[in-house]
Design a protein around this ligand. Sequence first.
Ligand SMILES: C[S@@+](CC[C@H](N)C(=O)[O-])C[C@H]1O[C@@H](n2cnc3c(N)ncnc32)[C@H](O)[C@@H]1O
Length: 213
Amino acid sequence: MSSTTGPGEVLAAGGWKNNAELIAEVARLGWLDGRVLDLSYGLGKFWTEFRPDSLVANDLNPDKGDHHHDARNPPFEWHQSFDAVVWDPPYRMHGRPDTKMGHQYGIDVARTKDDILDLIGNGTVGASKCVAAGGWLHVKCQNMINGSTYIDQARYVIDTVAALGDFEYRAPWYLMARPIPQPAGRRQLNPRNNVSQLLSFHRLRVSPEQLPL
Ligand SMILES: C[S@@+](CC[C@H](N)C(=O)[O-])C[C@H]1O[C@@H](n2cnc3c(N)ncnc32)[C@H](O)[C@@H]1O
């Protein structure tokens, strides 16, 4: 299957039911054409609406996907060899393992806030290495409150990619969530974040050093 053709204009924020519907919109722009690498394939839920003809499914967990490399250190033969790379890290900051949804989201192990930011950031760098010149990098994340601190994961990813020098930031995609209501009786201190983001970056065909002054 190549790019899907849905009706109407492609929008950055939609009432999509899930990531698969969002991904299908990304594909409509041609940003998932060619050879695609999913570094955190999980249960493959990104690809139930649109599935690239050529999809390499990786996940650190040996029960998921076909390859089991750490996204932070992809094998050399993958470097610069995919037209699009997707990195959907375990970005939820629960503190303790989530026994209910943990298997699906890769949050069935305890990680600190710093562990998660390390995984998001260094995985983003690893993912970027696999993108061929002219290709696409798509990173999923969600800003959230941790304790009383607002963790702007999107800004962290955008800054990480900007520091690489040869990617341009092309779009945030916004997926609205339907959060489970919190227990009543406690005063709310912060707005509940009910949106996750997919951030899309395009790798330049030449590095900035090669550009004429
Ligand atoms: C949010 S889930 C991905 C869900 C997936 N997109 C799906 O549709 O089912 C995060 C995944 O990242 C995997 N993971 C965690 N650390 C990783 C690493 N260092 N390298 C590659 N995959 C990793 C987890 O096993 C988990 O499956």
